[in-house]
Design a protein around this ligand. Structure first.
Ligand code: ADP
Length: 370
């Protein structure tokens, strides 16, 4: 059995090597015993500390709070207390700590001394400060981005308005030229007029699409509601009636798809783009077909548009969602539709992607969070 002296020595070693500062403090506040961790936190040796009181080492702004708690402790109103407070180190620097204090009483309840734990909070506070400064930086960046987004949107609107007007003039004069002089001009000249008109029309469409894209990007909250994909698809089919009947396309959606949470107009824009693409990029000689499905999952809805069109080579399945990307050597379109779809889906908090399917078509899928 260990002797009392050996047990005490073991106890002393334990306290001395503890990773937090520990002190036995007299009722007047003197550091009767201090371990090595406390000496290193405060910058004094234990002999120096024995000559000092906690009142002398406490930062003046934190002293009253500490003394108030000590009073409560001595009055037996609280069993112990914890507080964040600053000590003033030997080198004069203030240091933040987490202090825990308990009062030790003898068998009859008479107060003997305090036991204090002191944990250095410097690293924790520095980390918190770093996080705060990163947060501040992010908030400023967000404000800068919002400003530049608003500027860009204003610019896009202005540019598109200012570009549309001269384009309309060009188209108008081309039409006039064709109507007035078409009959007397060489066939070559008529062909050139035609090409110039078509180019002006294409440019006008491009400007409108860009404007639409910049609107999706623009700030402003999405107001979401429960929307029926079936109803939206039926509206899209009505709008694309001419293209659908010219190409013999078949667009199928079940009558009872689950409702999804989305902004109706934006969802319609996504579905219109995806459905129109299945017809635009159809495989020659194959009547276009597409099927729209909705699956309610635990955290989101999965909407899929599956087609029998030309398919998208694997190496382009990521880039087709970037602005101005066109594949399959196509000359039509401006490569804006899928970029707009991605913007809209991501603003809803969802994801969009495309996969190939066995017969050579594609399946475009997107999610909408619940
Ligand atoms: P656009 O607005 O010019 O139609 P999109 O961004 O909608 O452009 O599409 C980008 C490109 O992706 C198109 O040029 C086309 O080559 C390809 N693509 C899009 N949808 C399909 C589809 N359903 N099947 C095959 N190719 C597609």
């Amino acid at each position: 059995m260990p002797t009392l002296a050996a047990a005490e020595e073991r106890w002393r070693l334990t306290i001395d090597n503890a990773p937090v500062g520990i002190a036995v403090v007299s009722l007047e506040g003197r550091f009767l015993r201090s371990n090595a961790a406390l000496c290193s936190i405060l910058g004094y040796s234990s002999e120096q500390l024995a000559e000092l009181t906690f009142q002398e080492l406490t930062h003046p702004e934190d002293l009253d709070a500490d003394l108030g708690l000590i009073e409560q402790l001595l009055a037996d109103e609280i069993p112990s207390y914890r507080m964040r407070k600053r000590y003033v180190r030997a080198d004069g620097q203030a240091i933040w700590t987490q202090l825990s204090v308990a009062l030790v009483r003898d068998g009859r309840g008479k107060p003997l001394h305090f036991v204090s734990h002191v944990a250095d909070l410097t690293e924790e506070l520095q980390a918190a400060e770093r996080i705060e400064s990163i947060n501040r930086e992010l908030t400023e960046q967000k404000a800068r981005l919002e400003r530049s987004n608003a500027d860009l949107e204003a610019f896009a609107m202005l540019a598109s308005h200012d570009l549309q007007a001269p384009l309309a003039t060009i188209r108008g004069y081309m039409e006039l030229l064709e109507a007035e002089y078409g009959a007397v001009l060489e066939p070559n000249a008529n062909d050139w007029i035609n090409r110039a008109s078509q180019a002006a029309e294409r440019m006008s469409e491009l400007v409108s699409s860009l404007l639409e894209f910049s609107r999706v990007n623009g700030a402003g909250l999405l107001t979401r509601e429960m929307v029926s994909v079936t109803a939206v698809v039926k509206e899209v089919v009505r709008d694309l009636e001419q293209l659908i009947s010219e190409t013999g396309a078949r667009v199928h959606v079940a009558d009872d798809t689950p409702l999804v949470l989305a902004q109706g107009g934006r969802l319609r824009q996504v579905l219109q783009n995806l459905i129109q693409n299945t017809i635009k990029y159809r495989e020659p000689g194959r009547p276009p077909q597409c099927e729209i499905g909705v699956e309610a999952r635990e955290h989101d809805w999965l909407v899929a548009v599956t087609d029998n069109a030309a398919g998208i080579p694997e190496e382009h399945r990521e880039s087709v969602f970037s602005l101005f990307t066109r594949v399959n050597g196509t000359e039509s379109g401006h490569g804006i539709g899928l970029a707009a779809c991605r913007q809209i889906v991501e603003r809803h908090g969802g994801r969009i992607w495309v996969e190939g399917i066995p017969d050579g078509g594609s399946r475009f899928s997107f999610t909408l969070p619940r």
